[in-house]
Design a protein around this ligand. Structure first.
Ligand SMILES: NC(=O)c1ccc[n+]([C@@H]2O[C@H](COP(=O)([O-])OP(=O)(O)OC[C@H]3O[C@@H](n4cnc5c(N)ncnc54)[C@H](O)[C@@H]3O)[C@@H](O)[C@H]2O)c1
Length: 282
């Protein structure tokens, strides 16, 4: 048990019905934290079909689940490409709850449009990945850490990736943005250590989340499969190369985040923990 009673946690990218952000929010709420949820409104053709079918309402639906656990919850719509939105997000969290103890940078740019070689990768796609995956965590940390400094401590957890440690072809924008997140984690950890604020990253391999991915959607259509069939076959194939025999579930990420958010992790900072079933070790 992490015992987060009395703490307030802010989680970005928290609206997905089968997303990692939702799992993190419910885990931290289950450990006693009050929750600020944020995400960006997305049109139906940018959502997993299951969410549309279920009438899922992103952070509004997750907020209902958090409240059902007996915790307070503030859902805030915020576009992480807009600097003033991010400053306002942190201000709203503090105005509403009077404090901010835990920040989880979980959001990322929608995947798939980046799957090009560097020779043809569009600059606007590159910039969007850097903006959402690297610059936005810098800005959330910038504003949240000022609040945490006044409070005398805090926890910052960045959801990075296996791609933070190893490049793969056709992922230059995503990989670079996630390598950058590790640099940000280490620098912020050193600067904020005197204030008892820890900053760590978690580095999952493939997660069984129901993310929207332009490239996977196109591949599924080309193969005459639904996105659910495509994803099931992807998950089964990927698992064959993982020593522990399965890909990560959102709950696996949430469990590690909850530990890093707890008092028990007070001596851990600047680290980037693998969560990949044994595929890589550095
Ligand atoms: N899914 C995987 O296989 C995998 C593997 C390794 C690491 N990760 C990391 O785990 C985290 C969560 O993954 P997931 O699969 O649940 O992600 P996802 O792609 O389903 O969700 C990302 C969330 O970010 C939000 N978002 C996108 N653009 C935004 C913007 N401009 N402003 C605000 N929010 C925005 C989306 O709306 C979405 O809710 C990410 O940081 C991802 O890089 C995922």
């Amino acid at each position: 048990m992490a015992d987060l009673k009395g703490k307030v946690a802010l989680i970005t990218g928290a609206g997905g019905m089968k997303g990692t952000g939702r799992a993190i929010a419910l885990k931290l709420a289950g450990e006693g934290a009050d929750i600020v949820l944020t995400d960006v409104p997305r049109p139906p053709d940018n959502l997993p079909p299951q969410e549309v079918k279920a009438g899922w309402r992103s952070i509004e639906s997750v907020a209902e689940e958090v409240r059902a656990l007996g915790r307070r919850c503030l859902p805030v719509w915020c576009d992480l490409t807009v600097s003033s939105d991010i400053r306002r997000l942190v201000e709203q969290a503090v105005e509403h709850f009077g404090r901010l103890d835990i920040l989880v940078n979980n959001a990322r740019a929608l995947m798939g449009q980046d799957r090009d070689p560097v020779t043809s990768l569009r600059e606007e796609v590159w910039s969007r990945f850097l903006a959402i995956n690297t610059t936005a965590p810098f800005l959330t940390i910038k504003h949240a850490a000022q609040v945490m400094q006044k409070q005398g401590g805090g926890r910052i957890i960045n959801v990075a990736s296996e791609a933070s440690k190893r490049g793969r072809a056709l992922t230059a924008a995503y990989t670079t943005s996630k390598f950058g997140l590790i640099g940000l984690t280490q620098c912020a950890a050193l600067e904020l250590a005197p204030h008892a604020i820890t900053v760590n990253a978690v580095c999952p391999g493939a997660i069984n989340s129901d993310r929207f991915n332009y490239a996977e959607q196109a591949e599924a259509t080309a193969k005459g499969m639904t996105i659910e069939e495509y994803r099931a076959s992807y998950v089964a194939n990927y698992a064959k190369n993982i020593p522990l025999g399965r890909i990560a579930e959102p709950a696996d990420v949430a469990n590690l985040v909850a530990f890093l958010a707890s008092d028990e992790a007070s001596f851990i900072t600047g680290q980037a923990y693998n969560l990949n079933g044994g595929t890589t070790f550095h």
